[in-house]
Design a protein around this ligand. Sequence first.
Ligand code: 0O2
Length: 209
Amino acid sequence: DEVSRQAALLRTLRRELMVYKFGIDELMTKLRILSEEFDFANQHDPIEHLASRVKSPEAILDKLARKGLEPGIESIKEHIEDIAGIRVVCPFVPDVYLVAEMLGRQDDVEIVKTKDYITAPKPNGYRSLHLIVRIPVFLSDRVERVKVEIQMRTVGMDFWAAVEHKLFYKYVGTAPADFADELRAAAETAADLDARMTALHQRLQSGQS
Ligand code: 0O2
């Protein structure tokens, strides 16, 4: 019946999720190496901090339902692209593109999809560069290529996204109309701050003061 089918799917999912965690482990090592080595070579660390998470089975099933898809392991693997998620927070906007480029140059990293919400912010003001990458994970008896979503943004964008997520992202019902305007204006203030900090950084780097 429906209940035992759901329980069986959750069991399969928990086993599969382990491999997604390994995908995260592989990519986190790559990102840490880029951070440390770029800093050594250029006296600038392009990564402020890193975070990661594997989406919970419950959240995966919720997202599947939101997309109107039938529950099943194949459908999950195909349609839920952020089961494994990494967040890369950078000091400056150019660092976001630099890290994305350095990662994309690696032979074993396949960039499946890029969504540039920095160049084209979402209507609510959300900014980030999203990459869906595929990375091989070498298991005892096979190689699995797992998809990982990497969200890359500046500290300013991260501040806005973290607070907005708490307030509204999964808000059910309609928030007052001026909330949306206020939120978008706040995102623009954060972007302005990013631009000012980037300009200061570039002046320092070019030796002017
Ligand atoms: P959660 O709770 O963060 O995990 P797709 O995956 O391409 O079918 P989706 O999910 O709309 O469609 O893709 P998109 O736009 O790339 O967004 C994926 C993730 O980006 C979201 O995951 C959020 O983490 C983040 N995100 C996207 N838009 C916003 C936003 O407006 N505000 C904030 N704070 N975060 C956002 P989840 O699973 O939707 O949510």
